[in-house]
Design a binder for this molecule. Structure first.
Ligand SMILES: *[C@@H]1O[C@H](CO)[C@@H](O)[C@H](O)[C@H]1NC(C)=O
Length: 335
């Protein structure tokens, strides 16, 4: 071929090999699969000026992304951390990422009722209203621990404390209508049984069962609360954020060994959502117009989905509610 330098590959020869096509197909399928794993996105331009939100667990993962997103929309955001030092760092971090000064991080340890109460008291000192309460923080499959309040840790962190916190904030939610309460649960709730105990004996403790039980309790709470508040213009929804690459999985066996954790990291990354992807369904339930017209729904991938049958058991809803008032020492919900 005249004009072509002698060392250049012959463009026609590339197509004599199948390799570029095979590599192209693998790359394309891989990319499509990755996009599928990342899930649906919430598209909303909604501004939230003059609104106040609480998002528990803003130090990392989904909670941090939620706080950043809401702050960018002009919302005043309160988030929580386990101690003063983390709270300071989280507040600075979210302010920087959102370029908003309307971000506060207060201490709230969900495994201590006293801490939940002081958090709410500190919040109420600063604010008159609350439009969005997002129960995002949770713990997954940790070792057995009986809290100082006498309950199993997952049950208290994932369920009893959100129950107590909502009760203490119900007056604010009713005074800031239309307001929303969002409860982050997990598909494991479907594996829960209808027998609830606040603290199994240590030798009967199973990390997975206890996790499922706490998430089922939270869903039952959401449905019952939605019904109680349906005429108050407070909208209560459950959300299934999906499998997100956050440190909630730190207690799982494959994350406990450093070697296994590192070996699995690329697969784990490929098969999970980023925290930002994981925030999308909660954002949809918080910002979406349709979620503001209904209550007591459950959302997955930015769309409404169905509850497992066990959630529809009204006797179970009632008995759990009654027991929970005793466990949390709440005389009357909302008082
Ligand atoms: C057990 O729960 C208490 C809160 O009641 C907490 O202070 C403590 O750190 C927990 N222990 C473990 C090992 O997580």
């Amino acid at each position: 071929m005249p004009g072509l330098p002698p060392n250049m590959p012959n463009p026609e020869a590339i197509f004599e090999s199948w390799w570029p096509i095979i590599i192209g197909i693998i790359g394309g399928v891989g990319y499509a699969l990755r996009q599928y794993m990342r899930g649906a996105r919430c598209i909303s331009e909604l501004k939230l000026e003059d609104k106040v939100a609480i998002v528990t667990g803003g130090g990392s993962g989904i909670g941090k992304q939620l706080a950043i997103d809401l702050a960018k929309r002009g919302c005043k955001v309160y988030t929580t951390a386990r101690n003063q030092e983390q709270a300071k760092a989280t507040e600075q971090d979210i302010r920087q990422s959102s370029k908003s000064e309307l971000v506060h991080c207060l201490v709230c340890e969900l495994d201590k009722f006293s801490s939940v109460k002081s958090f709410v008291a500190a919040f109420k000192k600063k604010e008159e209203q609350l439009h969005y309460l997002v129960h995002n923080a949770g713990v997954m499959m940790c070792d057995f621990n009986k809290t100082e309040d006498g309950h199993e840790e997952q049950f208290q962190v994932n369920y009893l404390s959100p129950f107590l916190m909502t009760s203490l904030l119900q007056d604010y939610l009713k005074n800031s209508t239309p307001s929303r309460v969002l409860l982050a649960t997990a598909p494991a709730y479907k594996l829960g049984s209808s027998t609830f105990t606040d603290c199994p004996p240590e030798d009967k403790y199973n990390t997975g069962d206890a996790y499922a039980q706490s998430k089922l309790a939270l869903v039952l709470f959401g449905v019952t609360l939605a019904e109680k508040l349906k005429d108050a213009d407070v909208h209560v929804h459950c959300v299934l954020p999906g499998v997100v690459n956050t440190n909630i999985y730190r207690h799982l066996p494959f994350r406990k060994s450093a070697f296994v954790a590192v070996s699995f990291a690329p697969f784990f990354w490929f098969l999970t959502k980023t925290p930002d992807d994981g925030a999308q369904t909660t954002l949809y339930a918080l910002l979406g117009v349709s979620a503001g017209k209904t209550t007591g729904k459950i959302y997955k991938e930015c769309a409404e989905t169905e509850y497992a049958d066990i959630v529809k058991d009204e006797e179970l809803q009632k008995s759990l509610w009654k027991q929970t008032l005793e466990w949390t020492k709440v005389k009357e919900f909302g008082q």
